[in-house]
Ligand binder design. Structure first.
Ligand SMILES: [Zn+2]
Length: 322
């Protein structure tokens, strides 16, 4: 049976899946990423984890068509070189593709995690059959992907699609990328933390503690709980989020005239708190006609998009068509 292995490398966990030629995921595993001491160690650890996963889950004991990997940070495609990955403890040019090709007996394709998720959406998700769409993964930061005329947009170095760093306010909040006013300083978990900090010293103890400990991933849940209890003042945080997201989507609609914008990532589970306002806002920041023909929807693949898209790259091996 023909299959590929899709691998989605996150900041703390690595997800792997067996994906068949129709996009079905027949086995899945998630393992914690160990402390990484060097690029060589990352490559050998990944090769070991992928080999163990394959030996346990391969249909009929056959080798896969290939291995596809999505990883955070700028990746040059198709050779799979990483440049200063912000979530890994080393910098500079990391030839992960070359290292892994020396360790695994099957073809290896590597690209940026959001690009890979976009390919997954295009294959079997909300982007299926859609020639022009934008993918937005709202999490700690924002991952982005652009499909134009049926092909993923990678740019000259393969680094296009950094929608999280679209400038929303050029005098705005400082961003970890060194710029200012980027979309993700408002419409992400980092953005929620920024908005809460700006609310000043009157924050309740649990929210203040989460902010100070860096446990920001719990903040959206804490805000939702308080809103459910009738504390309406916390809606302001989601309104700032929604307005920034809406302004960003307005620019994207004007730039790319997409048929769809697909909202994914952990924060998409909270879409009832921000999406309708974001859609309304987006209409004020773009031309009426392309806005009217753009559907803004949430992903149905959830956190399988990365595994599925990575496997799709492995099936195609060139990866240029989603
Ligand atoms: Zn930025």
């Amino acid at each position: 049976m023909e299959y590929a292995i899709g691998c989605d490398v996150g900041g703390t966990f690595v997800k792997m899946g067996v994906v068949l030629a129709d996009g079905a995921v027949t086995a899945r595993d998630m393992v914690p990423l160990p402390p990484l001491t060097s690029p060589g160690y990352l490559a050998s650890w990944l090769a070991g984890a992928l080999t163990a996963f394959q030996e346990k889950n391969a249909p009929d004991g056959t080798p896969p068509k290939g291995v596809g990997i999505g990883i955070p940070g700028p990746v040059r495609f198709p050779d799979g070189t990483l440049f200063d990955p912000p979530n890994l403890p080393f910098s500079g040019e990391i030839p992960l593709g070359k290292l892994l090709r020396g360790l695994l007996p099957v073809p290896v394709t590597i690209d940026n995690d959001a690009t890979v998720q976009t390919i997954g959406e295009a294959w079997v998700g909300q982007g299926k059959g859609v020639k022009n769409f934008i993918y937005l993964a709202l999490g700690t930061g924002i991952g982005g992907g652009i499909v134009t005329d049926g092909a993923i947009t990678r740019g000259a170095l393969g680094m296009a699609g950094e929608i999280g760093h679209l400038t929303i306010d050029w005098h705005g909040r400082p961003c970890r990328c060194g710029s200012r006013g980027c979309l993700e300083t408002y419409a992400s978990i980092n953005g929620i933390a920024n908005s809460l900090r700006e609310m000043g010293p009157s924050l309740p103890a649990d929210i203040r503690e989460s902010l100070e400990n860096g446990a920001w991933s719990g903040l959206p849940g804490l805000l939702k709980e308080r809103l459910d209890q009738g504390e309406t003042r916390w809606q302001k945080v989601w309104d700032i989020f929604a307005d920034a997201l809406g302004a960003g989507m307005g620019s994207l609609i004007n730039l790319f005239n997409p048929e769809k914008i697909i909202i994914s990532g952990g924060l998409s589970y909270h879409s009832p708190l921000f999406l309708s306002r974001a859609v309304e806002t987006s209409r004020r920041y773009c031309f009426r006609r392309p806005a009217a023909s753009c559907d803004i929807v949430t992903s149905r693949l959830k956190d399988n998009a990365g595994i599925i898209g990575a496997a799709r790259m492995a099936f195609l091996s060139t990866g240029n068509t989603p």
